[in-house]
Design a protein around this ligand. Structure first.
Ligand SMILES: Nc1ncnc2c1ncn2[C@@H]1O[C@H](COP(=O)(O)OP(=O)(O)OP(=O)(O)O)[C@@H](O)[C@H]1O
Ligand SMILES: [Mg+2]
Length: 235
């Protein structure tokens, strides 16, 4: 469904990604791991059309993506839950959710999409009129995920969705993500907690200094001394 080949991306004069290659099959849950500054967010941002490519290719659904606008990306079924949530804190939960709806088709389905996210996260119905900034970290993350779901994505890009979220709510959000995945939504997850990530995904890639350096399933990565040396000591 998604294939990056030798992707490179610059932030202004600085190269952030040098050589990122990865594949995500339809319906798969794939992780993206790496140290701070490795290029995880830049990779998700490039897929979501936020940054132009400096080189390489991004193929999605059989089509090579040139730099798409965010609206085009959303129309193509890709939605990003950005690092740090990026909500509008002084707008209501409902207004934030409506920001996720770009395409005319999803606008027509607004009521159904809202009903769906309220069914997944019932607390958001109760908090609909409250300012997003007044919610707990976990509830704000629910809003950020739900905003992405409002566009009915087929590929969901999640950038560290559990930062600042209380453990009990992490479990609740995890359960919902499993449910969404079981409904056929493909996921690419950036997560700083290696064990949590590997419990959730089927395979993961490791990015180091803007390059994909390792790839494998849970057991394979955990059994790889290079991987263990880099990550498992950090937790
Ligand atoms: N908007 C930007 N302008 C300039 N440089 C940037 C920008 N965003 C990221 N960078 C740089 O690009 C590199 C990759 O950053 P990126 O945010 O993709 O890493 P990351 O793996 O997501 O890190 P973290 O774990 O801290 O979120 C870093 O060196 C970072 O300083
Ligand atoms: Mg990041």
């Amino acid at each position: 469904m998604l294939s990056l080949k030798n992707l490179s991306v610059d932030h202004g004069p600085l190269r952030a990604l040098w050589d990122v290659s990865l594949e995500v099959g339809r319906g798969e849950k794939v992780g993206l791991l790496g140290a701070n500054g490795a290029g995880k967010s830049t990779t998700l941002g490039a897929i979501a059309g936020l940054y132009p490519k400096a080189g390489g290719t991004i193929t999605y659904d059989g089509q090579v993506l040139e730099r798409a606008s965010t609206a085009q990306t959303v129309a193509g079924g890709i939605a990003l839950v950005p690092e740090g949530r990026r909500l509008f804190p002084t707008m209501s939960v409902l207004e934030n959710l409506k920001m996720g709806v770009y395409a005319a088709a999803s606008r027509r389905n607004m009521a159904a999409s809202l009903a769906r996210v309220y069914a997944l996260f019932p607390i958001l119905r109760e908090k609909a009129a409250q300012n997003a900034g007044e919610l707990s970290g976990g509830q704000q993350q629910m809003v950020a995920i739900s905003r992405a779901l409002m566009s009915r994505p087929r590929l969901l890009l999640l950038d560290e969705p559990f930062i600042g979220v209380a453990p009990k709510l992490i479990d609740e959000i995890m359960t919902v993500l499993h449910q969404i995945a079981a409904e056929g939504v493909t996921m690419l997850l950036v997560e700083q907690n290696t064990h949590r990530a590997l419990d959730f995904v089927e395979r993961a890639y490791v990015i180091e200094n803007g390059r994909t350096v390792l790839e494998g399933g849970r057991e394979q990565l955990l059994g790889d001394p290079a991987f263990a040396g880099k990550f498992l000591g950090l937790e």
